[in-house]
Design a protein around this ligand. Structure first.
Ligand SMILES: [Zn+2]
Length: 268
């Protein structure tokens, strides 16, 4: 795993949730009972259930160390009722998973290789391509974290969970900095550049929205967070005006909803 990705991930996780604690405390005014400490932690490695099956991860010592730093930071933020395991592994497909039966988030090495190939075609500049790979990997990690949080806290979701966790990832990665905005853009781009071929029915019954829909939904939230700063998304016709006008309220709803859902579970 690229060390840049993980150091950004750590910085973002902490910064975002420290800010979030302030913002997210708002819906809880009047409900200031002390929060019980959680029994669980974010841990790196294989869950006990899969340890029993002698599962061995294809994870380098460097990846393990980097993910441990991420876990440490997440542990400063979330009150977990049970352990959640983070790992990298060869999965046999370019994907990432949260498995509710084992409470594991698994980032697949094939996904990172896929991003490397896809962005090498998209960007001539190697550094830009490498950044896009990191950004997209980070976006996917927070997407999977969203699935984990929904499961662990038994959060209600109306609408499609896949869209909801894309929202959460956007809210976390778009931390108000220029770098955060660029990361969200690259994360969104990874969905837009996926060749979905000729669409058959499976594209419409799949639990995920189409790649280009995910792109526009994410870009809409980014624009909606700060229309002045991100006005070029509309000026450059990345985001059509007809959608853009709804985006500030879409952003506010997403932030309010995730804030209300997560605030009881944040340490502060
Ligand atoms: Zn998902």
């Amino acid at each position: 795993m690229n060390p840049n990705f993980t150091s950004r991930l750590v910085a973002l996780t902490l910064a975002t949730f420290v800010v979030a604690c302030g913002i997210y405390a708002l819906p809880l005014v009047g409900l200031t009972q002390s929060k019980p400490a959680g029994k669980g932690n974010f841990k790196v490695g294989v869950s006990p259930l899969r340890q029993k099956k002698n599962v061995r991860l294809k994870m380098t010592a460097e990846d393990r160390q980097a993910l441990q730093a991420v876990a440490n930071d997440l542990n400063k933020v979330f009150i977990l009722p049970q352990d959640v395991y983070l790992s990298m592994d060869d999965c046999g497909e370019a994907n990432a998973f949260y498995d509710p039966s084992t409470k594991e988030i698994i980032m697949c090495t094939e996904l990172i290789k896929y991003f490397e190939q896809a962005f090498a075609k998209e960007f001539e500049d190697k550094e830009e391509a490498a950044e896009a790979v990191d950004d997209s990997t980070m976006f996917v990690f927070f997407h999977e974290l969203g699935h984990a949080l929904i499961d662990i806290y038994d959060l209600p979701v109306t609408g499609r969970e896949e869209d909801a966790v894309d929202q959460l990832s956007t809210l976390i990665v778009a931390d108000g900095s220029e770098e955060g905005a660029a990361s969200v853009f690259n994360g969104a781009l990874s969905f837009a550049i996926t060749d979905e071929g000729d669409l058959d029915d499976s594209a419409f019954w799949d639990e995920h929205s189409l790649g280009r829909q995910r792109f526009y939904n994410i870009i809409c939230l980014l624009y909606g967070q700060d229309p002045k700063t991100h006005k070029d998304l509309v000026n450059d016709e990345v985001l059509p005006q007809a959608r853009a006008q709804r985006c500030p309220s879409e952003y506010q709803r997403a932030e309010k909803a995730w804030g209300a859902l997560l605030s009881p579970h944040l340490k502060n």
